[in-house]
Design a binder for this molecule. Structure first.
Ligand SMILES: Nc1ncnc2c1ncn2[C@@H]1O[C@H](COP(=O)(O)OP(=O)(O)OP(=O)(O)O)[C@@H](O)[C@H]1O
Ligand SMILES: [Mg+2]
Length: 512
């Protein structure tokens, strides 16, 4: 395959931080080139420079043999380069169709003076179909589930006569079925000659779709491997620069700690919970238990968290929290009652983008640490420093702006915030989304420590292996209802998938 993009000696600083250091490699045409590396390795920065969002301090690019130095995303778009961002940058209040058309030279015919809804919808339809979306494109983008919003972002890039698409963790918010649609789309794209630079932390999908794998570490290019000539272990050691082992199953608690048993007190009891989306949800969560929650897009996993946290109205049903009746009224009330939530859409719910890392992490405990009207800064600073260390958060310091962190590290900061409030019950909605292999292990370990200390944890994930690894029991949701609650040790991915799709639990599960 001919070379499409050559990268030569690219360097990029942000203030005193060197995000990229002398990066040089080539990308061939009509291929999927995966870009992998730990949080903060420089993947998003390199992608942004390729797509004209950031400019390099030094170095050069050659695109299709000619010098390429995009001054803006629009400039890059004219040359046929587009990017799907890790943090979505679309307009939630505009319609889906308008989001496809905005700033899109290909879709917006300049001769059309009046752009009406019909024109937008007609232009949008074929591109939405390409990513498997058969939705009404006249509705506001923000009313779609996050998985669909991501697909719209991809449709938008496809619609711009693009030769190279940078996808920055495109499946981070997608379920396996939605990701499957994306992979099919990518296959069609490369068959049609389009090149994809694919940033991801998910090893299995990289080995599924990539032709070549480029590894970065600490802002440097480490090496390129052909997929067929390498394996997961080699890639991980290139990434971390040391031997790294992922653990398989949650380790049994040490003898002096209480193992989770059916005899533990129930910390949250849910009976016949009904909301607009959920019907008759019933389960018990025990102190010290990690209850995994699996389900397809739209099954109601996120809605369950929202209902418990008072973000969505409870229509009927009964909740008992630590032995007392509990009526969710809102996040503040929920936190005071002892429920903590790490939301799925962290951009929407979570970050104060203008604030420091420390303020973003401490915002929830500010209240607890106010004494006689004074905020105990000392106590908070100690707590923040401790969490930064425990989660190996990569930051210039607690006083750095949260917007200077890489995507995965912003995410860790939000996980820290909820962990710091020390509620009795945690609802973690896909807490490992977008974090690298090492950081995932850190988050599992923190969850396990919390469980050992008697907290009840509801752990939502789209990745079945991590549920099987960490949970004691796994509840599957299907179409707003509980379709099964199984022992994690006595089930497997196949069975969980069946339950998530609404089938009965039939065969005896084998291991694996
Ligand atoms: N706007 C910015 N200001 C200051 N520092 C930044 C900025 N953007 C990125 N950085 C720093 O540059 C380095 C590389 O960040 P980048 O976002 O490229 O990492 P990444 O490989 O995409 O990580 P992740 O997997 O977490 O998304 C990090 O140390 C990050 O803190
Ligand atoms: Mg990134």
């Amino acid at each position: 395959m001919p070379e499409l993009l050559r990268i030569e000696h690219i360097e990029k600083h942000f203030g005193g931080i060197r995000a990229l250091n002398d990066v040089s490699f080539s990308i061939e045409a009509a291929q999927v080139c995966a870009l992998i590396g730990e949080n903060g390795a420089g993947k998003s920065t390199l992608g942004k420079i390729i797509a004209g969002v950031e400019s390099a301090d030094r170095g050069s690019f050659f695109f299709d043999g000619a010098e390429y130095r995009p001054q803006s995303p629009l400039d890059a778009q004219k040359r046929g380069v587009a990017m799907i961002f890790q943090e979505l940058d679309l307009f939630p209040n505009q319609s889906v169709a308008a989001n496809l058309a905005l700033g899109n030279l290909e879709l917006m015919d300049k001769k059309q003076k009046v752009i009406n809804r019909k024109i937008l919808e007609t232009a949008a339809r074929p591109w939405l179909e390409k990513v498997g979306l058969t939705i009404n494109s006249d509705i506001p983008l923000g009313s779609l589930p996050i998985a669909h919003i991501q697909l719209v972002a991809i449709a938008r890039a496809l619609s711009m006569n693009t030769r190279l698409i940078v996808m920055d963790e495109p499946t981070s918010a997608l379920t396996e079925e939605a990701a499957e649609i994306l992979f099919n789309t990518i296959e069609k794209l490369t068959a049609a000659g389009v090149t994809v630079v694919y940033v991801s932390h998910k090893m299995d999908e990289i080995f599924k779709i990539a032709n070549t794998i480029v590894v970065m570490r600490d802002g440097e290019y480490i090496g390129t491997r052909q997929k067929n000539n390498t394996d997961v272990n080699e890639i991980i050691s290139m990434m971390v620069g040391r031997k790294f082992e992922t653990k398989n199953r949650r380790k049994p608690p040490a003898s002096n700690e209480r193992p989770f048993t059916e005899k533990e007190p129930v910390c949250l009891s849910v009976r016949n919970l009904c909301t607009g989306k959920l019907s008759n949800i019933s389960f018990d969560l025990r102190a010290g238990e990690i209850l995994g929650v699996a389900g397809l897009v739209g099954a109601g996993r996120t809605e369950l968290g929202e209902a418990l946290f008072g973000l969505d109205a409870v229509l009927s049903g009964e909740l008992i929290l630590n032995g007392a009746p509990y009526t969710p009224k809102g996040p503040r009330e929920a936190m005071r009652s002892g429920i903590g939530l790490i939301p799925e859409d962290r951009k929407k719910e979570g970050l104060f983008i203008q604030q420091t890392v420390a303020d973003n992490m401490a915002v929830s405990i500010m209240e607890q640490n106010q004494r006689f009207g004074f905020i105990r800064r000392q106590a908070i600073a100690g707590h923040v420093a401790d969490m930064i260390g425990r989660t190996r958060l990569k930051t210039a310091g607690p006083q750095a702006g949260i917007n200077t962190l890489s995507g995965g590290n912003q995410q860790k900061a939000l996980v820290c915030r909820t962990l710091m409030t020390e509620p009795a019950v945690f609802f973690l909605d896909d807490p490992t989304r977008g974090v690298d292999v090492g950081a995932k292990e850190d988050i599992y370990e923190i969850m396990e420590t919390l469980a050992e200390r008697g907290k009840g944890i509801i752990f939502v994930s789209s990745e079945l292996p991590e549920l099987l690894r960490s949970a004691d029991r796994i509840m599957t949701l299907h179409d707003g209802k509980v379709s099964g609650i199984v022992d994690a040790a006595a089930t497997n991915q196949h069975e969980l998938m069946r339950l998530a799709m609404g089938y009965e639990r039939t065969e005896a599960p084998q291991n694996g």
